[in-house]
Design a protein around this ligand. Structure first.
Ligand SMILES: Cc1cc2nc3c(=O)[nH]c(=O)nc-3n(C[C@H](O)[C@H](O)[C@H](O)COP(=O)(O)O)c2cc1C
Length: 181
């Protein structure tokens, strides 16, 4: 089965997750193509299943991902698809933060008209060493509020890789079932 993974990223964590997904699927009977949403990603037409990921910055996903979804809406809604959202809020111990990010995701999907078969939230990373002064300040504040690390001398990763792996394997099983089914 041919699978397309399109991602939007600002600091690289969603790319890392997309590449990990590709790695998990490699060696199986699937052919996987992975593409950055800003770099002219292929149309979903040639693929049986599509996963699209984006990260949250100031309560928004990358516009390149929104553009891609809108451009290929008809095709996406005819295929087996999943959306994965990467954020820090989902790593928070405060339930309200989870509800907020889930609401943001459903608003995004409602706005685009895309109805993916699966939606999954993954915790991202704090890449303090890559941020400029203001980003560091903002992220330290966000981290403080959400229970992330405020140690800005190094990066902190919150992604649960086992969770990503089980999601992607399950998505593929479901995709195969829906294509034969
Ligand atoms: C400037 C900035 C703003 C952010 N805003 C939010 C936010 O509003 N909500 C949230 O949950 N995470 C927020 N984050 C955390 C990112 O979603 C997290 O760092 C994620 O791993 C970024 O993924 P990426 O590296 O693929 O862009 C923000 C991060 C930065 C640097």
């Amino acid at each position: 089965m041919k699978i397309l993974i399109v991602y939007g990223t600002s600091e690289g964590q969603t790319r890392k997750i997309a590449r990990f997904m590709e790695e998990v699927l490699q060696g199986g009977e699937h052919k996987v193509v992975i593409a950055d949403a800003t770099q002219d990603p292929p149309s979903p037409d040639r693929f049986a299943a599509v996963m699209i990921g984006a990260s949250v910055h100031m309560q928004k996903y990358q516009s390149s991902v929104t553009d891609y979804v809108m451009r290929h809406l008809d095709s996406l809604n005819k295929k087996h698809t999943a959306f994965f959202s990467v954020s820090m809020a989902i790593a928070s111990s405060i339930e309200e933060e989870h509800e907020d990010i889930k609401k943001m995701t459903s608003d995004f999907l409602a706005r685009t008209g895309w109805t993916p078969d699966e939606v999954r939230h993954f915790a991202g990373a704090l890449r303090y060493t890559q941020y400029d002064y203001f980003k560091k300040l903002i992220m330290r504040m966000i981290a403080k509020k959400e229970g992330g690390s405020t140690d800005t001398s190094r990066d902190h990763e919150y992604t649960d890789w086992d969770n990503v792996k089980s999601f992607v394997l399950n998505f593929c099983t479901e995709s195969v079932a829906s294509s034969t089914g």
